[in-house]
Design a protein around this ligand. Structure first.
Ligand code: NAD
Length: 424
């Protein structure tokens, strides 16, 4: 046996022993989770974790391994926490870019100070269409709040506002220890998140989404960006929030149209993953309980982003409806909402039976049912979309509600397919 084989044999033996010990440790973690369920204790006990890491470091006989052992311990604890969250049914996200809780609870806005660390400088970003009472409620719970309001609408997701917000942070003496809080829809979340990702190379970011669309989709997953030269999201970052607070009560001030637009992203999740959610939406339309819709949609999105944080594969499923939808959105120049464009963008990307069900659902919700442009009119914007690589377009196709496939076609063939589906 070579030296390498011998060393690998030892590693294999260690792994076998560690697998058995891991199972034993997780059995104990299950008991801890049961206890926490009964007592309402939080999963994370940072003080205990720090104490355990320090204590265990002393078990080592080779101090040169201390750093690696601490990293190993932290990974084991993160896995244990993720397991507890799963057992407790919590909405918790754990991926390479970070670990965070999603608190979905009516009235949580009034308790933001208990959920978030606001005892520092806080840049609260909102837009002119978000009722001011929401940002005021959060500001009242901050030690040093600075409120920045950008004009409402997609056009605000731009470099000018990005620079303006960074400038406000500089002027007000923000440091790396301070934070940014988004109080608004997807526009505010994407813009504020990009500021948080960039200022001082990254400060804490909390997201408090106030539209249905941002509550079911954009507030988690860490994609933040601004638009540029009429193209959506070409410049951005992956910045996971430190926590997301979702208060369904704030949805009461949305217009019917805004609410329906948010439903489009929930329909996207349902169409690709969840026949039960789709059936609920078909049955109840806009009357479907918001908490259930948000909870089910977020669990789908969480599963996707945890598996593929940076869109190397599976995460592209969240683009269902977006390849064509972004083209429609660019061409519509503000006359259609993002969710409406996504709804329209799903129509040519599915089998006729699925399309019929989507159309019936759109009618019920008051979403648009006809793409108001020809293929040629949106083609330029579809081509600009960053999902185009090497002359091919990869898109998501739904043959049956609850499942999907990825398909790839050369751009010109995709254009022909689109002409056929759109009818012009
Ligand atoms: N980062 C992601 O993963 C992701 C995913 C999906 C969409 N997005 C982005 O999200 C954006 C669309 O988000 P959106 O649909 O929330 O649009 P939006 O942020 O423009 O909000 C829509 C409108 O609702 C108003 N508003 C917000 N909260 C309100 C409330 N509680 N009551 C009354 N009015 C309220 C806003 O002022 C705005 O006029 C797009 O830019 C899209 O690209 C991002």
């Amino acid at each position: 046996m070579s030296e390498l084989d011998e060393a690998r044999q030892v590693i294999n033996d260690c792994d076998r022993e560690m697998a058995a010990l891991f199972e034993k440790r997780m059995a104990a973690v299950r008991r801890v989770a049961d206890y926490k369920r009964e007592t309402g204790m939080p999963v994370l006990d940072a003080a205990r974790e720090a104490e355990v890491i320090a204590r265990n470091a002393a078990l080592l006989t080779d101090p040169a391994l201390e750093r690696e052992y601490a990293a190993f311990e932290r990974a084991v604890m993160a896995a244990s926490r993720a397991y507890q969250h799963r057992l407790l049914g919590d909405l918790h996200v754990s991926c390479g870019g970070g670990e965070y809780d999603i608190v979905l609870s009516r009235g949580v806005l009034a308790h933001a100070g208990e959920e978030l660390n606001l005892k520092r400088r806080v840049l609260l970003v909102t837009d002119s269409g978000v009722p001011t009472q929401y940002v005021r409620t959060v500001a009242a719970q901050c030690q040093t709040p600075v409120v920045a309001t950008v004009p409402q609408g997609e056009a605000s997701k731009n470099f000018r506002n990005f620079e303006k917000l960074c400038g406000i942070m500089l002027q007000n003496g923000f440091t790396r220890a301070d934070c940014v809080v988004a109080v608004g829809g997807g526009v505010v979340g994407d813009l504020a998140g990009f500021v948080a990702a960039s200022f001082m190379r990254g400060v804490d970011f909390y997201n408090i989404p106030t539209t249905l669309l941002s509550q079911v989709d954009s507030s988690i997953g860490g994609k933040v960006a601004v638009d540029m030269n009429g193209v959506k999201n070409p410049v951005g970052a992956f910045k996971q929030p430190a926590k997301v607070l979702i208060d369904p009560d704030v949805l009461s001030t949305l217009t019917h149209r805004q609410y329906a637009a948010g439903m489009a992203e929930a329909i996207k999740m349902a169409a690709t993953h969840d026949p039960v959610l789709f059936a609920l939406l078909e049955e109840r339309g806009g009357e479907a309980p918001a908490e259930e819709v948000i909870d089910r949609a977020l669990r789908i999105k969480r599963a996707v982003v945890v598996e593929d944080e940076k869109e190397g594969g599976l995460r592209r499923v969240l683009n269902f409806g977006h390849t064509v939808g972004h083209g429609i959105e660019s061409r519509a120049a503000g006359t259609l909402m993002h969710g409406e464009c996504v709804a329209l963008g799903m129509l040519p990307m599915c089998a006729p039976t699925v399309r019929a069900r989507l159309l019936a659902l759109y009618e019920k919700l008051g979403l648009p049912t006809v793409i108001p442009f020809s293929t040629d009119e949106i083609w330029g914007a579809v081509m600009h979309d960053k999902k185009l690589s090497g002359g091919d377009i990869t898109y998501v196709w739904v043959d049956e509600i609850g499942s999907f496939t990825f398909k790839t076609l050369p751009a010109e063939e995709f254009r022909t397919l689109l002409r056929g589906e759109i009818g012009r």
